[in-house]
Design a protein around this ligand. Structure first.
Ligand code: NAP
Length: 310
């Protein structure tokens, strides 16, 4: 069995290779998703030792949680799994608003529990900050839910550093989920030093830079989904990034590994990063990403990868 890693100061222990499920039922993010393919990739994860699943209400909306919940139920493995989900989006007519009020967060947890068909959530995040709720109050509401046993750990996501500090006034924040990958490294300026100093686990989203760092894109590629607006996948910047990926490929080849695995393994060497949650669109990608567990980077390689993307 894969060595289980503790997520920060929580009592959650997981395979460090988790699964991001925004492409499982996330019809509002990716057009033409096939739900059976999505369920199948979650099944494949659970059958191959992945026990940490990351979803959110807004993926779908609601549909990702429902599909993930279906697969967990059919697996009979609920007690072995660590489920993370997120809330803060409020659908009002055609509008999507953000709400971090204690009442809304408590209702969001209840709604997620139903969609996931479970009676506790291992890690619940405030997905995005709203403008008006003091962040320590928002987290205070989650602390109450933790005390009641409805959630086991508290996360926040997409917070500014000041919002994170306010959220963590009482030391209740267990996990910060933020944008971080070898190309987008702003988190190194303030978030990673703060999480490291405050025993908060940092979980990077977009670890593969939406597929670019999986090493399979080429200059001719264009995108028609959420990737279409991403600067690192456009024009000159895209071309430069592809060149850097080729340098990573050299390191990967020398280790008989692949680009994606070397990249994911590199994150796991960073202070305060305990786990990664690469997304997948097909079961093969889930299996493929598990090969990361076989990659052991030397100090020199860690340094070289760092320098390529500095
Ligand atoms: P990502 O992990 O950077 O990229 C995932 C994409 O890379 C897959 O959908 C797949 O896309 C490609 N891929 C994955 N494994 C591969 C492999 N072995 N070989 C080749 N291609 C591979 O981006 P992400 O899925 O958007 O982010 C990860 C997770 O973070 C999400 O699923 C979600 O749970 C979470 N997230 C959270 C937030 C937040 O606001 N908190 C925001 C974004 C994401 P293609 O096959 O289409 O190339």
């Amino acid at each position: 069995m894969t060595k289980q890693i503790q997520i920060g100061k929580t009592d959650l222990y997981v395979n460090p290779i988790g699964l991001g499920t925004n492409a499982v039922g996330g019809h509002n993010l990716y057009p033409n998703l096939n739900e059976e393919v999505g369920k199948d990739l979650v099944r494949s994860a659970l059958n191959n030792g992945v026990n940490f699943l990351d979803t959110a209400f807004i993926y779908g909306p609601g549909r990702s949680e429902e599909l993930v919940g279906d697969v967990i139920k059919e697996s009979g493995k609920r007690s072995e799994l660590i489920i993370a989900t997120k809330g803060a989006h409020k659908l009002v007519g055609d509008d999507v608003l953000l709400d971090n009020s204690p009442a809304f967060l408590k209702q969001s947890v209840e709604d997620s529990l139903k969609r996931l068909q479970t009676d506790y959530i291992d890690l619940f995040y405030i997905h995005f900050p709203d403008e008006s709720t003091p962040k320590d109050e928002a987290v205070g509401a989650l602390k109450q839910l933790k005390d009641e046993g409805k959630i086991r750990a508290i996360g926040v996501s997409n917070f500014s550093i000041d919002q994170l500090k306010e959220a963590n006034k009482d030391g209740y924040v267990d996990v910060l989920q933020g944008n971080y990958n070898l190309i987008q490294r702003e988190a190194e300026q303030d978030f990673l030093p703060y999480t490291s100093a405050n025993n908060i686990s940092f979980i990077p989203f977009f670890p593969l830079a939406s597929g670019l760092l999986a090493g399979k894109y080429n200059k001719a590629m264009t995108f028609n989904d959420l990737r279409a607006d991403m600067p690192h996948l456009k024009g000159e910047e895209f071309a430069k990034n592809l060149e850097k990926v080729e340098l990573i490929r050299k390191i990967a080849n020398s280790k008989e590994a692949e680009v994606a695995h070397v990249v994911l393994a590199w994150y796991l060497t960073r202070d305060s990063i305990d786990v990664v949650i690469p997304g997948a669109k097909r079961a093969e990608q889930v299996l493929d990403n598990l090969k990361t567990l076989n990659v052991h980077l030397t100090d020199q390689e860690i340094h070289d990868i760092d320098s390529i993307f500095k």
